[in-house]
Design a protein around this ligand. Structure first.
Ligand code: FE2
Length: 238
C-alpha cells in the first residue's frame, strides 16, 4: 500500500516531534503493509521550503535504509488553500503535477472553484485532503461533487471510516464512497499514539461499502499513478 498523506518528517509542523518518532511511524506503517509514504508537511504561513522537504526526505530515507526498514519516503506537501497560486505550484507531490490541498477548517474560500480551475489550466492536478472532515462539506456534499465533476481529486482519511473523527465525518466518508467520488484513502498520520500511519482498518471498512478490489485501488493503484505523475482516469471515476 502507498500512504499519500503523512506528517512523518520531523521539525516541520505538528507531525513527528523528532527523528525517532519519524522512524517509529515508518516502522508502524511497514507493519501495516505500507511500502511507500508521501511526506506531506503543512504549508501554511510559516512553512518549510520545497528544498527543505526534499532534503529531510532524503535524510529519512538514508536512515530507513540504514536500519533495513522496507519503506520509502517520497517528497510532497499539504498546501493550505489560503496560499497564493505560485506558492501552491511550488509544492507538488514527487515533482509531478499533483498537489494536495486542504481547505481552512473554518470555511471554504469563495474563490476555491476558480483556484482549482487556474491550477487545472496550468496542467496541475489538485487533490482535496479530507473533505469528509470539513463542516461545510458534511452539511452540503454537493460542493464536493461539483469539484469532482471538474476533475478535482478527492482523498479521504482512513480513520474517518472507523469513526476516529466522530459520527458525522464517518457518515460523510461512507456517503462519498457510495457516491463514487473518492479517489484515494490516506492516513494523515501525525504520530504513533493517536493519529497513526495505518491504512488497513479503514480499507477493511471501505471494502464493506465498495468491495475489496475497489477499496484496495484507493491505496495502491491510484496512489501509484500520483507518485508517477500518471493519469487516474482509468480507475478514479470507474
Ligand atoms: Fe494532514
Amino acid at each position: 500500500m502507498i500512504d499519500t498523506h503523512c506528517h512523518i518528517l520531523s521539525g516541520m509542523d505538528d507531525g513527528a516531534v523528532n527523528a525517532d518518532i519519524s522512524m517509529l511511524m515508518a516502522q508502524m506503517a511497514a507493519a501495516d503493509g505500507i511500502t511507500r509514504i508521501i511526506a506531506t508537511p503543512h504549508i501554511q504561513n510559516n512553512y518549510p521550503s520545497a528544498e527543505n522537504i526534499q532534503n529531510a526526505t532524503r535524510e529519512l530515507n538514508h536512515r530507513l535504509h540504514h536500519w533495513g526498514l522496507p519503506i520509502t519516503i517520497v517528497p510532497g506537501a499539504e498546501v493550505s488553500m489560503t496560499m497564493d497560486l505560485d506558492t501552491m505550484m511550488t509544492y507538488t507531490i514527487n515533482h509531478t503535477p499533483y498537489i494536495l490541498i486542504e481547505f481552512p477548517h473554518s470555511h471554504i474560500p469563495g474563490n476555491s472553484k476558480d483556484i482549482f480551475f487556474q491550477l487545472k489550466i496550468r496542467g496541475y492536478h489538485p487533490i482535496i485532503a479530507h473533505p469528509e472532515r470539513h463542516p461545510d462539506i458534511i452539511r452540503q456534499p454537493k460542493i464536493l461533487f461539483d469539484l469532482h465533476e471538474q476533475d478535482v481529486l478527492v482523498q479521504i482519511t482512513a480513520d474517518s471510516l472507523i469513526g476516529r473523527f466522530g459520527p458525522a465525518p464517518q457518515k460523510c466518508a461512507e456517503y462519498l464512497l457510495k457516491k463514487n467520488v473518492v479517489d484515494i484513502i490516506a492516513s494523515d498520520a501525525h504520530s504513533v499514539n493517536d493519529r497513526c500511519p495505518v491504512l488497513s482498518k479503514g480499507i477493511r471498512a471501505a471494502a464493506k461499502i465498495i468491495g475489496r478490489e475497489k477499496a484496495f485501488a484507493l491505496v495502491t493503484k491510484n496512489p501509484l499513478a500520483v507518485i508517477r505523475g500518471d493519469s487516474l482516469s482509468d480507475c478514479a471515476h470507474a
